[in-house]
Write a protein that binds this ligand. Structure first.
Ligand code: 5GP
Length: 139
């Protein structure tokens, strides 16, 4: 399904493109949640990570690494988050796979997902059961 990103790929709407090749395009996120906030997007409109072929993912992530290095060189952030949202519950709003590159600066106002530590309420068996479920699903 065509999304706003397809329109950017087809040059139907403008964007500040910072990288492009046969498989991938990258452009500044319109919000600039932090300075240099960039989206890296496959040209084929895979909806989310569950549709993304591994070989496209591998190439796309190499572009994420290259752009992260360029953003570090350009703006000297103190750190950087990469982020990918899949599904409404995970805050995805554009249903065309994308990775966010979010350089981090002293006193930036980005509210990052807070990881809760549930380990105290889990037994060794709970971890073994979770591990077994994933191993079984990988078969
Ligand atoms: P999501 O919430 O799906 O992880 O991220 C979608 C991102 O797309 C948001 O950060 C939003 O700012 C960005 N976005 C939405 N529409 C446009 C647009 O027309 N141009 C650009 N450059 N970014 C957009």
């Amino acid at each position: 399904m065509d999304t706003i990103f397809t329109k950017i790929i087809k040059r139907e709407i403008p964007a500040n493109i910072v990288y492009e090749d046969d498989l991938v395009i990258a452009f500044l996120d319109i919000t600039q949640a932090t300075k240099g906030h960039t989206l890296v997007v496959p040209k084929t409109p895979y909806k989310d990570i569950f549709e993304l072929p591994e070989e496209v993912a591998g190439h796309l992530f190499s572009v994420v690494v290259r752009l992260s290095q360029a953003i570090k060189k350009a703006f000297s952030p103190l750190g950087l988050n990469t982020l990918n949202n899949n599904g409404i519950i995970a805050s995805q709003s554009v249903f065309h796979f994308h990775m966010h590159i979010l350089p981090r600066y002293e006193n930036d106002d980005l509210k990052h997902m807070h990881m809760v530590n549930h380990s105290a309420s889990l037994t060794k068996q709970d971890f073994e059961s979770i591990r077994a479920s994933i191993l079984n699903a990988l078969l």
